[in-house]
Design a protein. Sequence first.
Length: 892
Amino acid sequence: MTLAPQYDPLAIESGIYKRWLDAGVFTANAESDDDPYVIVIPPPNVTDVLHSGHGLNNTLQDVLIRYQRMRGREAVWLPGTDHAGIATQNVVERALAKEGKSRHDLGREKFVERVWEHVGKTGNTILEQLKAIGCSCDWSRTRFTFDEDYSLAVRKVFVDLHDAGLVYRGQRVIHWCPRCHTSLSDEEAEFKDKAGHLYHISYEVIDPKDGGPREAVVATTRPETMFGDVCLVLHPEDERWGSYEGTTVRIPLTNVEIPVRTSNAVERDFGTAILKVTPAHDANDFDIGEQLGGFDRPVIIGEDAKMMDVSRVPEVLRGLDRFDARKETVEQLKANGQLVTVENYDHAVRHCYRCRTAVEPLLSNQWFVHMKPLSEPALEAYKTGRLKFVPERWGKVYEHWMTNIRDWNISRQLWWGHRIPAWFCENQECDHITVAMETPESCGKCGGSVRQDDDVLDTWFSSWLWPFATFGWPKATSDLQRFYPGHTLVTAPDIIFFWVARMVMAGYHFMGDTPFETVYLNGVVRDPQHRAFSKSLGNGIDPLDVVELYGADALRYTLVAGAAAGTDIIMDRNDLEATFAAGRHYANKCWNIGRFIVSNLDGPATPMNELGETDLELADRWILSRCQRTIETVTDSLDRYRLNDAASAIYHFIWDELADWYVEQVKPRLYGTTPGGETARGVLSHVFETALKLLHPIIPFLSEELWGHLAGERQGLLAAASWPVVEHKRVDETAERAFSRVQAATSAIRTVRAEYRVPPGKPVRAIFQPADENALSDFESERHTIERLAKVSELVMGADAADEVGAHAVLPDGSSVFVPLGDAIDVETEVARLSGEVERIEKQLAGVKAKLNNEKFVSRAPQDVVDRERDKERSWKEQRETLAAKLRALGV
RNA sequence: GGGCGAAUAGCUCAGUUGGUUUAGAGCGCCUGCCUUACAAGCAGGAAGUCGGGGGUUCGAAUCCCUCUUCGCCCACCA
């Protein structure tokens, strides 16, 4: 079969993927005795299709899983998707809005149906995209966080934690998104710096002391909340306290009177050092109110973020949006002479992580998880090293969050999500809440009728169970038995708190062990302005576009090679050609080497172990040795999660060593112009097959295709092949040293040819002057290689060339090559060139000499370092001598 | 306010515990080649005061201090 000279990924990829599926290579067997290796996918949100961040994340996972599968582990990569409560609800609501409808127009049931319709489509697309980039997921185990079984697990977790006293209902000031109309956890309410103002407002003292102040000036960024104030506070050691003690003040624009009190929470050097306390609209004020005791918590802003129609709020403000109310309040204060001053003030304001709306702190009843007890084993796991992070620095981020953990608000006022299994008693007198797996008939306390909580659970309250709920928990399945705990989690750093930390907590609480041993954090994919990809900026790259243009392998190679552990990766959507060139070129190169080998084999080559050792030439021993080193480097790099190093090692082995040198060296043997064709074919096949194995985790499609042409019939699929092991007897330092001399001589002659513009077709003579006997014999054995690759008509050994005119090059081992050029040399140009060379060498030599003249260096540096310097010195000196001789020959 | 990361060739980045590096790669650039695996290629080449300053050391891109610029995270100074 002949192969096309251009690699066409589209022509092979889908066929290859189907072969993998048909062979069941990705399906793990829970009954197998092999050591398992487990990765659970960070389930993509069903809101949308995949972007290049997913491309990176999933490629890395696939590299690891394919590698471990080839190492003989029972590898399972569990795929799936996340229902992504708030995010998905928003997407569908936006779609509805385009039809001029709201979710309320549909009603809860119809709306949820509509969401299911949406996730059916996107969920499938996502899984197909993963296949397109080559992900070797175990599709037989695909899960969705809203599957029936999974939902039961979520419900059980809620009930169990409630029974254990770790889930409770409480009234707190929570983060409320007025746009999404739900409460949020601390993590979901992100800080963003906002330019704002600090308004200094005068509160009138109603009953001033003799000579005491008649006003109390308060600094606030949110004047509109003052109608919910219950007191003002000073620091207890504030010298002004005496004159305020026992007084009351009037909230501006109202007749509401509130006392003045003290609290340590006041920062004495901020603002006016007098703080207004608004317990229903600020979490800190809630705490201060609690601490002082005896205060109501007047609510004056509603869930729609509008000023409420309550007596505390001046009539003109009622019904106004909070921001309009702020402006209006300021106007009124100004008119009243109660606005003392306004400062510009930048401060961090929390925003909804889904819609970017400023979050409103609101007093509300919600469900919470008591986190402290859950965090302890999770923190311990990190401290003892049971749980590791790559790169390590993220461990500190995890530790800090775990150490300062706060309770988790898990109830959401949404319709898309796991309904909370709690039932309120409809009897006004009874405040009992029934929490149960099954829908209760009646109130567990008074027997009255019950009504289920309308709220749903935070989407992360289901995701945190992913590593075990996906394997069938709470049932004691064989999957759970075999595949928990897992091994590696590959994800982005921005969900360490949302997801990673909570999975560890759930893992310890429900399974008694960490869900994974290593958390590998990949970087963020950014545009050339270093902005993260986002839909609103439109700067993203669709991985499928890249697959279509250049193939999945080119995409994968680029991502893996570009992603040193945890560093961001920059991609330019306006120049895909340049961004993916390396991967594309490389795929084509591999394709052509494969083509060359296939076309030069006549049936299977002789296996390595049947070749006669004495038939091996220097080049054979060299490439076999280099191959062992590459196995070692790639294996070691993958084990240490240095995927870019693995990519680079196999890249350079195949291109720079196998293709550029070995393939060129064996051509005469393959063509039959020199003997030894059988050996050449055997070594070439062996080495290339090994290289394909090393290549496969990163470039699965192409490697599988070529494998099919070379070894497939004998050895089955590459995806199921075994990882190569280092054969130490093949590591041959002597051959490496000898062949590198051959390479150096060839390059030197080529350089001479190029510099003197010897026409490509015209052969030159070269005179080799060996440094020692070994050098001489190596050259003898490879003389045809050098002659062919450097286009030398005659390679003379050891002739004296002192009085000929030509170019001279010294090799690293001290041997030298002289190329007589006769008329080709223009004396003036040559003198200039040589003088430049001399200058450069003098500089190097000066550096080396300074080092060797330094007694401390000679006495303290390790011997081999010093020896190296001595070698350098000798080599530079020789080169200088050679050049001097040349210059003399030219009459200088 | 605290913490973290980044700064190396025109661009995007490697550089593992300080010394086999005369600081590397890919892309781009320059020169010459359609040499029967590959022009998505081959051969050769130019290009860097390793962000600035100081220090430790025989020796620093690498360790310490400091400054500058960018980015990220955390944080109850309203």
